[in-house]
Design a protein around this ligand. Structure first.
Ligand code: ATP
Length: 211
């Protein structure tokens, strides 16, 4: 589902991450690695936020370099510490994303209600707490018909009820829609909630599938 071809990301002279040749099959993947190993660099590169050398292909033929719009329509990303324009309301942000990602009519309403964030959708994002912001960013990450959802530290700052909802969205996304998930987390995923989760390890400036 995701293929790295001579992938190299450097910051100046520092070679942060290299993945010469690796294919990741459909699934739910927990990306592990110590602080500074390159997990966020990996997700931001796949999301098309960071420039890098080499290529990343989706479903064997959609290249992030050659078909960036098609690629990014199918890949959604929630950042570890999301930053949105503070003057926009959550509802406006969601409508923007729903439009850009071709969400089906009413899809955003289902996610808003499921996460229970409808009460503050008309408030400017600048007034949100970190957990409120995180919930908004998680809703945005599920809009449209993504083939791949990247979640950077999705488990931090959200309350236990929201955590359960996130797990159920992921399980449904994978089992019913065949969406692949790559998520980083310094805390363990609940094996009862996501028994199919496999591990990827970022270590020594590269990425490996854990057997
Ligand atoms: N903008 C940048 N400029 C220079 N170096 C950077 C930049 N962003 C990240 N790095 C470096 O790249 C390496 C990987 O950073 P990255 O943020 O991807 O790690 P991480 O695994 O996500 O870390 P953490 O678990 O602490 O969030 C680190 O050595 C970091 O210092």
């Amino acid at each position: 589902m995701l293929q790295f071809v001579n992938f190299k990301k450097s910051y100046g002279n520092y070679p942060a991450l290299q993945v010469p040749d690796l294919e990741i099959k459909d699934g739910i993947y927990w990306i592990k690695g110590v602080n500074g190993s390159g997990k966020s660099t990996l997700l931001k590169s796949i999301a098309g936020i960071l420039a890098f050398n080499g290529d990343i292909l989706l479903n064997g033929d959609i290249s992030i370099k050659k078909q960036p719009v098609a690629f990014r329509k199918l890949v959604n990303f929630a950042e570890a510490e999301p930053l949105f324009p503070e003057f926009l309301t959550g509802g406006e942000m969601i409508r923007l994303f729903a439009d850009a990602k071709d969400a089906s009519p009413g899809q955003e309403r289902e996610y808003i209600e499921s996460m229970g964030i409808q009460t503050y959708m008309d408030r400017p994002i600048g007034t949100y707490s970190s957990g409120m912001l995180k919930k908004l960013s998680l809703v945005l990450a599920f809009l449209g018909k993504p083939k791949l959802i990247l979640l950077d530290e999705p488990l931090i700052t959200i309350d236990t009820a929201a955590l359960k909802i996130l797990y159920s969205w992921m399980a449904d996304g994978y089992r019913k829609a065949g969406t692949t998930f790559l998520l980083t987390s310094h805390q363990a995923l609940d094996p009862l909630e996501l028994p199919e989760a496999k591990e990827l390890l970022v270590e020594n400036q590269t990425l490996n599938v854990v057997a």
